[in-house]
Ligand binder design. Structure first.
Ligand code: AMP
Length: 285
């Protein structure tokens, strides 16, 4: 939000680059029967973004950091599977149980299951103002289905941000990642350490290592990425939507870079003013 000083000069509201503004995601995580307590405000040009990049490049962290800045919903398919995995066995559908088995092995869940789950939650994509899709689409089939769904509603994507990182750095990031069991915030054993050992800074929940962040699953996930997800880069490049970003540096530096690129894009399209609720400055944290 831009506030105005007494002499009428616009004043930017500054927030730190590492600040995470958590939003309610009940409808996305639990399905259409759940309602979110707050949804993004009305924007003439809401951001509709996809984050691409190999597992471990920091898409989840960037999605969390960008969500509050752009006033959008963070829609992660991996988080939906993890939320389902925490439910009682009897509350899990056979398709979800099967999906969780794929996930534990680090393999991609079949397109039909993923699409069924996303389609059930399509109001989060079509009616929620703006969104950041994180971990979806992951195959060309999923990308085509999403394109069709959005075209039916005459909606278009704003951009597809592709985070790029060398392989050895990806492995280091994944194996050191720790996730909060309660609010799903992400930390790292060396780079983004919680204030207290294994305790979440935001909600006090226990931090744990995701099953699919263990070494044997990491290899499988990276192979799945190369085979199925990397071709999406060309798909979105051909549609003129790709925004490449080198994902080295701290989360604050990467989010600053991302915001700068999105600002440039909005300025080129002449629709920058309306989109952002919280302006950023560039302190390198
Ligand atoms: P993520 O948190 O995005 O890394 O997702 C964790 C795991 O959930 C992946 O390794 C897959 O097993 C599964 N998954 C999440 N999203 C998808 C998707 N769009 N397509 C297939 N599998 C997915």
């Amino acid at each position: 939000m831009t506030t105005v000083t007494a002499n009428g000069t616009p004043r930017r509201k500054f927030i730190g680059m590492n600040v995470i503004i958590k939003k309610d995601r009940s409808a996305w995580l639990q399905g259409p029967s759940a309602k979110c307590s707050a949804v993004p405000g009305e924007h003439k040009h809401p951001w509709r973004l996809i984050l691409l990049g190999a597992p471990g490049v920091g898409k989840g962290t960037q999605a969390e950091l960008l969500t509050g800045r752009l006033d959008v919903c963070h829609l992660s398919t991996g988080d939906v599977f993890r939320a389902a995995g925490e439910r009682l066995d009897r509350d899990q559908s056979p398709a979800m149980k099967e999906a969780l088995e794929y996930m534990r092995r680090g393999e991609l869940v079949p397109d039909s299951t993923v699409w069924e789950m996303v389609r059930e939650r399509s109001s989060c994509i079509l009616d929620c103002g703006g969104f950041i899709l994180d971990g979806f689409p992951r195959t060309l089939g999923q990308a085509e289905s999403l394109k069709e769904l959005m075209e039916q509603e005459k909606l278009s994507l704003s951009a597809v941000v592709n985070y790029e990182l060398p392989l050895d750095e990806i492995v280091r990031r994944l194996s050191g990642r720790r996730t909060c069991g309660k609010c799903k915030s992400v930390f790292h054993v060396t780079e983004r350490r919680p204030k207290a050992e294994a305790v979440c800074d935001h909600c006090g929940g226990r931090l744990y290592q995701r099953e699919d962040d263990r070494p044997e699953a990491i290899t499988v996930r990276l192979e799945a990425y190369e085979r199925s997800t990397a071709p999406l880069i060309q798909f979105y490049k051909d549609l003129g939507l790709l925004l490449p970003i080198v994902a080295t540096g701290s989360p604050g530096e990467i989010v600053a870079q991302t915001m700068d690129k999105l600002d440039e894009l909005a300025a080129q399209r002449g629709d920058g003013d309306d989109r952002r609720t919280t302006l950023h400055l560039a302190p390198k944290l």
